[in-house]
Design a protein around this ligand. Structure first.
Ligand SMILES: CC(C)(COP(=O)(O)OP(=O)(O)OC[C@H]1O[C@@H](n2cnc3c(N)ncnc32)[C@H](O)[C@@H]1OP(=O)(O)O)[C@@H](O)C(=O)NCCC(=O)NCCS
Length: 205
């Protein structure tokens, strides 16, 4: 019962509208989708890949939440509302993460292998945010509604906009810290782009 308890507790903790455990089990599509994903993921891990995909598509129909069976999702994750949410095959979502409707944890179409995001413990990804590529959303960070995130987000910051930029560090509008973090993000993004280009180029030789 550990998984169910964690899933119900995080809803109660974060949604003042939730009144009872029974109501949460019966009326929260995110809880149903995550429970179904545990089965799809089990099937996927045991080589029953087609069955796993069919199972996840069945639950996509009922919940409007599409989670690829390969995605690794920890206990105690909260999907609120959920419709239109998509989680890709190599995504990793850690404990305590909150995801809203319309969120994509997707690929760029250019990467191979690990090509979807990793969302670290306690992070919040707001409604309709698009998190694209094998990037990381740091522990306890917040991604604003409708942001498009294409590079790593450090821990404990808030990012907003398109492309998403840091606007708060440890909850504060500290202009110097924001500037330093953004400089590092740009540096690592350009290095990553270079490395991707090189590997694409060498694989075509
Ligand atoms: C980003 C968010 C999580 C707030 O995080 P926060 O750390 O408390 O940040 P703040 O509210 O202090 O906002 C920081 C700055 O970003 C701006 N901002 C906040 N959300 C934004 C967004 N989605 N897009 C663009 N700018 C945004 C604020 O106006 C503020 O600007 P300023 O620096 O000029 O003052 C929140 O604004 C948000 O987007 N929540 C949506 C949650 C959601 O999906 N709800 C759906 C429920 S059904």
């Amino acid at each position: 019962m550990g998984w169910w308890k964690e899933s119900i507790d995080i809803v109660k903790k974060n949604d003042p509208a939730a009144r009872s455990s029974l109501e949460i089990i019966l009326t929260y599509p995110g809880v149903k989708a995550l429970a179904a994903h545990r089965i799809s993921h089990f099937l996927w891990k045991h080589g029953l890949k087609l069955l796993a995909r069919m199972h996840s598509q069945f639950w996509r129909f009922w919940t409007q939440i599409e989670i690829h069976p390969g995605a690794e999702i920890a206990e105690g994750v909260f999907i609120d509302h959920g419709s239109g949410l998509v989680i890709g095959e190599t995504a990793i979502v850690e404990k305590g993460v909150m995801l809203y409707h319309g969120v994509t944890l997707g690929g760029t179409g250019k990467d191979v292998g690990k090509r979807h995001p990793t969302v670290r413990e306690g992070a919040l990804v707001s409604a309709h945010a698009q998190v694209i590529g094998p990037i990381e959303i740091g522990k306890n960070s917040k991604v604003g509604a409708a942001a498009v995130v294409v590079s790593d987000v450090p821990a404990d910051v808030t990012v907003v906009g398109v492309p998403a930029k840091v606007v708060r560090v440890h909850g504060k509008k500290d202009e110097n810290a924001i500037h330093d973090l953004e400089e590092h993000r740009e540096y690592y993004t350009s290095k990553l782009e270079e490395a991707r280009y090189q590997s694409l180029h060498s694989s075509k030789l």
